[in-house]
Design a protein around this ligand. Structure first.
Ligand code: HEC
Length: 158
């Protein structure tokens, strides 16, 4: 003999089966649009790379480079180095958005180098590791230099 709770389960299952069996095939209603894939439609270039440099990359890099010369002493100063390193790393992503990325070769490589090296500075700053920040600073600088050598007009040889 089924106990009361077991009957309840049977009833729920039966009703469920009934509902499933009776339901009409759902009319083809329009599905909500899926979230936009990470394609060019998700991004909008607002300013040229030079403005990204001036507004984001350069000021953030100055804070990170200066930290190596003048190590942070307070928590507040560490937090500002940490945030600057994060900003700097993310500025590498901004250089890669469709419409701004110049190519998928060296441009991609130096942008990724900026993301990775500034990401290391970010982690080092979180750990309040000044040697880590300054080591990362050197490799960050190589990313800046590498990209500029390749993509900025070089002064004519004298
Ligand atoms: C992936 C390429 C790339 C990387 C990486 C990069 N830059 Fe640039 N940078 C550019 C481009 C492109 C310009 C602007 C060229 C133009 O239109 O005049 C520029 C311009 C500059 C300028 C000149 C701004 C002016 O007044 O015209 C400075 C300074 C600069 N970048 C600093 C940096 C620093 C510091 C880093 C590293 C932390 C860095 N850049 C990393 C591509 C890059």
């Amino acid at each position: 003999m089924l106990r009361r709770w077991q009957w309840a389960v049977v009833l729920v299952l039966a009703v469920g089966a009934l509902a499933a069996g009776c339901s009409e095939p759902a009319p083809a209603k329009s599905e909500p649009a899926p979230a936009a894939p990470a394609s060019s439609h998700s991004f909008k270039v607002v300013g040229p790379s030079r403005q990204i440099m001036l507004a984001i990359t350069i000021p953030a890099s100055e804070t990170v480079f200066n930290a190596a010369a003048e190590p942070p002493t307070t928590d507040e100063q560490w937090v500002s180095v940490e945030r600057a390193a994060l900003t700097l790393a993310e500025s590498g992503n901004l250089l890669l958005i469709p419409g701004r990325a110049v190519d998928q070769g060296e441009w991609l490589r130096f942008s990724q180098m900026l993301i990775d090296t500034a990401g290391q500075a970010y982690e080092a700053a979180q750990a309040k590791d000044i040697d880590g920040v300054s080591e990362a600073g050197n490799t960050i600088y190589e990313a800046c230099e590498g990209c500029h050598k390749k993509y900025l007009p070089q002064p004519a040889a004298p």
